[in-house]
Design a protein around this ligand. Structure first.
Ligand code: 5GP
Length: 194
């Protein structure tokens, strides 16, 4: 998605060879126009899959998921990273190792919001080693629901998340695929000269 790639080039900040900071438009300040376009693109890609729920993870997954859910006419559910005080024991729980924070968190979703009749589109801001995506898939499976596929805003293709997910048979649609962040420069997969 050209508009997204342009934002990454112009407003992203390469922190190291494997971490990209995008809090100018996605992880802190939200570029509403860009996130609307991102959500519309996810909706276009999954339009014919009978999606009944969009599932993401708080907090950065919510902005890109909102318009996708609106366009697919489905509900949007975000997994919580901290169990809320008002949540009872009626929850699906999965463990997720965080690449950026280097710690394991439990994510939870109320059993009230996903069941075996659902077809779920999973959306996240980044795909690195696939841990967040696999945790969300685990929750959909616990609910007995179907995973239609994944929608990723920024994939770091030099890490093994896509491989993990495709190996298990899941469809992965990433709107920007980064080949490398070496020398402070973002190189996209589709810019590679073979
Ligand atoms: P994974 O679970 O695929 O290993 O990592 C994905 C999660 O880690 C995403 O939900 C995202 O919050 C975070 N993450 C991974 N890599 C980056 C990165 O380069 N930049 C930012 N801002 N977040 C990242």
């Amino acid at each position: 998605m050209e508009q997204l790639k342009q934002a990454i080039r112009e407003r992203g900040n390469v922190l190291s060879n494997d971490v990209l900071k995008v809090d100018t438009f996605l992880n802190h300040q939200v570029d509403v126009n860009l996130m609307t376009a991102v959500g519309e693109e996810f909706a276009r890609l999954y339009r014919n899959e009978g999606i009944t729920k969009v599932l993401t993870i708080e907090s950065s997954g919510i902005a890109p998921s909102y318009m996708a859910a609106a366009q697919l006419n489905s509900s949007l559910i975000f997994a919580r990273k901290k169990k809320s005080l008002t949540m009872n024991e009626n929850v699906y729980v999965s463990k997720v190792y965080s690449f950026t924070k280097q710690e394991t968190n439990e994510i939870t979703v109320s059993k009230d919001f996903i069941d075996s009749n659902d077809t779920v589109l999973i959306i996240d801001d980044f795909l690195a080693n696939g841990q967040a995506a696999l945790g969300l898939i685990d929750i959909v499976k616990q609910a007995g629901a179907k995973v239609a596929g994944l929608g990723i805003v920024i994939e770091k293709s030099f890490q093994n998340g896509r491989e993990q997910l495709e190996k298990s048979g899941y469809r992965v649609e990433s709107l920007a695929r980064i080949h490398s962040l070496e020398n402070g420069k973002v190189t996209f997969v589709d810019e590679l000269v073979m």
